[in-house]
Design a protein around this ligand. Sequence first.
Ligand code: SAH
Ligand code: SF4
Length: 397
Amino acid sequence: FNTCCIRDNAERKALGNITWLKEIKRVRPHMLIGVCGCMMQQQGMAEKILAQYPFVDIAFGTGNFYRLGEFLLEAIDTGSRVIRVSDDDSTLFEGTPISRMADHKAYVAIMHGCNNYCTYCIVPYVRGRERSRKADDIVREVACLQQSGVKEITLLGQNVNSFGTDTGDTTFPKLLRRLEGTGISRIRFITSHPKDLSDALIEEMARNKAICPHMHLPVQSGSDRILRAMNRRYTAEEYLRKVHLLRQAWPDIGLTTDFIVAFPGETEADFEDTLSLVRSVRYDSAFTFIFSPRAGTRAATLPGRIDPDVATGRIERLIAEQEAMTADILAGMKGACAHVLVDGVSRRRSTQLTGKSERNLSVNFTGDKSLVGSIVPVIIEGAGSNTLRGKMKGDAT
Ligand code: SAH
Ligand code: SF4
């Protein structure tokens, strides 16, 4: 299991799944069980696994995942448990073989770690400081993917806008320009921190033919007081100014975001500032979370915890507000042409294909499954609550 510890429920789910494997191991005693990832990097977690989960054979962290083969051989050869959670996560290893889920889409990590220390967030503690890969290595990887038929890449990093700051090697806009040169059809990236969204990136986005017109720009809250307590280092007004600049450069860009509700001390007025920000930005969609205290972070020790019923009430109101906005945006797309990268056959109807438009919206249309992996022009005819429907018009590429 590769684990996540960003929120308490991610952690509980992982521990639940690990516990469940115990039964399988009873039937198949030679099966090896390994647990890795962020949860293992938390203080005391490896010891907990060691003591309370005796059926786990291998545990390792985020810094030494490239040694999985070695850990497996060691567990097989010695028959003993291999627990290797390293503190040293500063080296980046290139050339680890990657098995990817789809033939036409790929995720490419361009940096690891984070330097931002948002007060609620455990990432800087479990993933370490920001480390960027070398631009040459990334360009080589993307060129290989392009040659093997991949149409779309998503560049990954906790804060892609600060790519290259640690190495002094290059910048994120320069990397995007080089990646366009590989001939890859589509480039996406997550996540952009609003404070580091530069004019140079906005210019590059508007110029670069491969970049998709979509940006995930997590705002977290619409209240300046809460943003300050979160250490996000922007105000709602500064955020809205960046949104304005983005839309000026690229009028039909789609924006998505993340929100945390019920941060310690959040008042009804703070929450209403968040609702009003939703109305002014008009996001295509949003991920919404209730604040989850993470041991070791500053926010976990703050006074003013919000009553769980109040928190649930707020998240429901936020979701309702966003759903209404999504429906309105989708309804307004009737008659537009979307270029859909086909992901597969719809789960509901076998004659329907499903894929993502350049703006990252789900689109369903009638077509043959041989189109999976192609980019197809589709005229939008209608919308459901969070998907678009349309008709193919023109040739696939
Ligand atoms: N680096 C990205 C986010 C990574 S975590 C960024 O800064 O935008 C993904 C999302 O999880 C965050 O945007 C935040 O909304 C949510 N999140 C992180 N820690 C959380 C916590 N302790 N409680 C609730 N939500 C949290
Ligand atoms: Fe966490 Fe993202 Fe803030 Fe980094 S920038 S501390 S990953 S929320």
